[in-house]
Design a protein around this ligand. Structure first.
Ligand SMILES: [Ca+2]
Length: 367
């Protein structure tokens, strides 16, 4: 059983933990995966694992031993470029009744295009019919990287979508600072109507930007989550050459890219910070190269992590924990150097948090 060295609990400054440390152990040891990028649990307890190539597996056994194919849309997914593929999945809040699922992927037809679509399961969540696809929204990608791709329903019932700046490097098209594009943005739409409606309090409903835009100035918000206790939206925004950042996303917020990278001016000695929301945390490329946003831990298995935002780095495998109300001057605590290629984190119904290793395994935190 693989275990990683971890920080002692004392470093977490938690009264709830005495002398134990935090470790990762395999969560579903019998599950065989290829390039996993997401894990979800339905209200029924059934779990779903998204593979970048276009397949979703489902299982109910605690060890993952009974996994079957939920859906396979690899024929319509372009997973050639490293940041393309089947990238996100969200269960409709009424999934138990309506069987509806949102999938987010890059389409296998030129030019590279991001697709967000609704699918329906007609057998209680055991399988998903590929022919049930109803496209909600498409975005043409000017370059093959920075496709974002996560989708999730917020506590307000709206669908949130994260998209990168369109790619290349240094945001050559200026999409980050341009709310008239859907790129470089967090979008928020109402999918209770077909194909979708604009929530009336989105920031640009009266003009100045695309009405779908909820926040902008993002480079590549690959993974993000809502804190189930507070509803706050935490995002990891992948950096360019020097800085990886964690943002709390608010309505109408401008997160600075490509004026700033993290808390620093990008490609200029000075820049104006007016109107730009600074990250709540950042780390440099001595500690990693691509941030993977995680979850605020609200589970019960590891008291030492209670109320900590957990996040990691895809390249270095480092995992950090951060007190949710810590100011920007406070360093996050490094929990461990896992050595994993952390493609994503996941949270189950009980609030337990998982680490998804792109190499094909899923881990859970344990004291
Ligand atoms: Ca930023």
């Amino acid at each position: 059983m693989r275990r990683m060295t971890a920080v002692s609990c004392a470093a977490l400054l938690s009264a709830a933990c005495s002398s134990q440390s935090v470790e990762l152990v395999p969560a579903f040891p019998r599950l065989v995966l290829e390039r996993p990028v997401a894990l979800l649990e339905a209200a029924s307890g059934r779990r779903y694992v998204v593979e970048q190539g276009g397949r979703i597996l489902t299982f109910t056994a605690a060890d993952g031993g009974d996994a079957s194919v939920f859906v396979d849309i690899s024929d319509r997914v372009d997973d050639g470029p490293s940041e393309a593929g089947l990238l996100g999945m969200a269960l409709d809040p009424q999934f138990a009744g309506n069987g509806q699922v949102i999938l987010s992927y890059t389409r296998s037809a030129a030019p590279l295009t991001s697709v967000v679509a609704r699918y329906t399961s007609s057998d209680g969540g055991l399988t998903l019919d590929p022919a049930s696809e109803q496209v909600i929204l498409t975005i043409e990608q000017p370059y093959t990287n920075h496709n974002g791709g996560q989708v999730a329903f917020g506590p307000d019932g709206y669908l949130y979508l994260g998209f990168g700046d369109g790619g290349s490097g240094g945001d050559p098209l200026g999409n980050g600072q341009n709310p008239l594009t859907l790129l470089g943005s967090m979008l928020r739409i109402d999918v209770s109507v077909t194909p979708y409606a604009i929530p009336p309090d989105n920031p640009f409903v009266l003009g100045g930007g695309r009405p779908e835009v909820y926040a902008y100035g993002l480079r590549n918000p690959w993974r993000w989550s809502f804190d189930r206790a507070t509803g706050r939206l935490w995002a990891g925004d992948v950096g360019q050459n020097l800085w990886e950042e964690i943002d709390i996303i608010v309505r109408g917020g401008n997160y600075g890219w490509a004026i700033r990278e993290g808390m620093h001016c990008y490609q200029a000695l000075s820049c104006t910070e007016a109107g730009l929301i600074a990250p709540v945390a950042e780390y440099n490329h001595f500690q990693g190269c691509s941030v993977t946003g995680g979850y605020v831990y609200r589970g019960a298995a590891v008291p030492a992590l209670q109320g900590r935002y957990l996040y990691g780095d895809f390249c270095s495998g480092r995992i950090w924990a951060r007190q949710v109300d810590a100011g920007p001057e406070v360093e996050s605590v490094q929990l461990m150097n896992s050595g994993l290629h952390i493609s994503s984190f996941a949270e189950d119904r009980a609030g337990e948090v998982y680490v998804i290793d792109y190499s094909g395994a899923i881990y859970r935190f344990t004291p």
